[in-house]
Design a protein around this ligand. Structure first.
Ligand SMILES: *[C@@H]1O[C@H](CO)[C@@H](O)[C@H](O)[C@H]1NC(C)=O
Ligand SMILES: *[C@@H]1O[C@H](CO)[C@@H](O)[C@H](O)[C@H]1NC(C)=O
Length: 385
């Protein structure tokens, strides 16, 4: 028995080692049967909109032609990942209309944090569905769909249900943590926030462990982006003291905390590999992709990196994308720009579709991943367990 275990682990390790080279078993887009996604507005495909209020036009104008619950003019990174894996766009678990769950579900909600917060959605836009609740939703989704699938008498009774066998072959994607930092900037000193990072990262790890216990094996984990480069922050900074902004115009102190969060997250993912021997954990450096775009916008075919396409920001007053407001007696509409495809930031916080495509293209081939595995192969080293 012990020998067998050593053998299996040995095979697994050699497999992982070869993944960096060319020898990997040919695995194709289409081999991963489902995506389960957890996160915040960076990957929310309509969850928070279904739970509360719909997104306002002009969101969705570029691709969907109408607001579809995404904070962008079109597709998000998770949508490009779904396309690449030849899977349908993910339906939000919280949406009861027009949803399809055969090949995955999206538990992400705009404003979500890893840790539970004391703030409310109505005050500060903090999601009431933080990561631990998203995992609860997943548990319930899995249990109830599996029950119904196994009860079904006719194939047509299963038409909107995932095959229970696919849960262990699916890819589990995470993009969360940005709001833990954003709330921290608002409510804590830098020292307090730094001191909180180990707990935030541990609670993230607990979510991964819980999914693993329920049979999840392939995890694709985005780190957090350069939050100090969000135009909604930089637009209100005038005459900064030297060193407050970095060479590209991002708030250095905020990015330093994001970098520290990512350093600890990466370390925790490494530990998880030892704790969860059958898991394939891929850590994805989305920070570098986003910062690479922002610091090199013009060469990548974009306009000035901090331009906001949709919404209106002036003298500390913000009329958000799709909202109406009043500035000095003037009625102002948070309209969109003429050419969203040339702008990185859709609304000051979220990326435009063309920026999302650019970022997705950077990360999907594995060049920013640890280990450097393309997303199509992110689950192949657990296949024969
Ligand atoms: C929420 O408030 C409680 C009680 O004041 C405090 O102990 C806890 O640390 C707070 N949680 C967060 C995430 O700030
Ligand atoms: C991955 O894709 C990016 C963007 O197209 C490209 O710059 C990079 O060279 C690619 N890396 C690999 C290893 O294919």
């Amino acid at each position: 028995m012990e020998l067998l275990r050593v053998l299996v682990v040995g095979i697994l390790i050699s497999w992982v080692l070869r993944v960096g080279g060319e020898e990997v078993m040919a695995s194709q887009p289409g081999d991963i049967p489902a995506i389960y996604n957890f996160g915040d507005s960076n990957s929310d495909t309509g969850g928070i909109a279904a739970a509360f209020f719909p997104m306002a036009a002009p969101c969705g104008e570029t691709f969907f032609g109408r607001p579809v619950g995404r904070a962008s003019d079109g597709r998000l990174i998770i949508d490009f990942i779904a396309e690449h894996l030849k899977l349908p766009y993910l339906s939000p678990y919280l949406d009861s209309i027009g949803t399809k769950f055969q090949q995955g579900a999206n538990f992400a909600t705009g404003g979500a944090t890893i840790r539970r917060q004391n703030e409310s959605w109505f005050q500060n836009g903090v999601s009431p569905f933080p990561l631990d609740i998203q995992i609860e939703h997943y548990d319930q989704f899995k249990a109830r769909t599996s029950y119904l699938y196994n009860q079904a008498k006719e194939p047509s009774d299963r038409s909107n249900l995932p095959n229970p066998e696919d849960f262990s072959k699916a890819i589990y994607i995470f993009d969360i943590g940005q709001n833990d930092l954003a709330v921290g900037f608002r409510t804590m000193s830098d020292e307090q926030l730094q001191a909180a990072i180990p707990d935030i990262v541990n609670q993230f790890a607990a979510a991964v462990q819980q999914l693993y216990k329920k049979g999840a094996r392939a995890f694709w984990i985005h780190n957090t982006g350069p939050i100090g480069c969000l135009p909604v922050t930089t637009v209100n900074i005038h005459n900064p003291t030297p060193g407050y902004l970095d060479e590209h115009g991002c708030v250095k102190g905020q990015n330093d905390i994001a970098i520290e969060f990512n350093r600890q997250l990466k370390g925790r993912v490494t530990k998880l590999r030892a704790e969860l021997p059958q898991a394939a954990l891929t850590y994805v450096d989305i920070y570098s992709a986003k910062y690479g775009l922002i610091s090199n916008a013009k060469n990548q075919g974009f306009e000035e990196a901090f331009k906001i396409c949709c919404g209106h920001h002036e003298n500390g007053i913000s009329i958000w994308c799709g909202q109406k407001g009043n500035i000095n007696g003037r009625e102002v509409y948070g309209d969109s720009c003429a050419n969203p495809s040339k702008v990185i930031s859709w609304d000051g916080v979220h990326f435009s579709e063309s920026a999302n495509l650019w970022i997705a293209n950077q990360i999907m081939n594995g060049s920013l991943s640890d280990p450097p595995i393309p997303i199509t192969k992110a689950s192949s080293y657990t296949k024969h367990m």
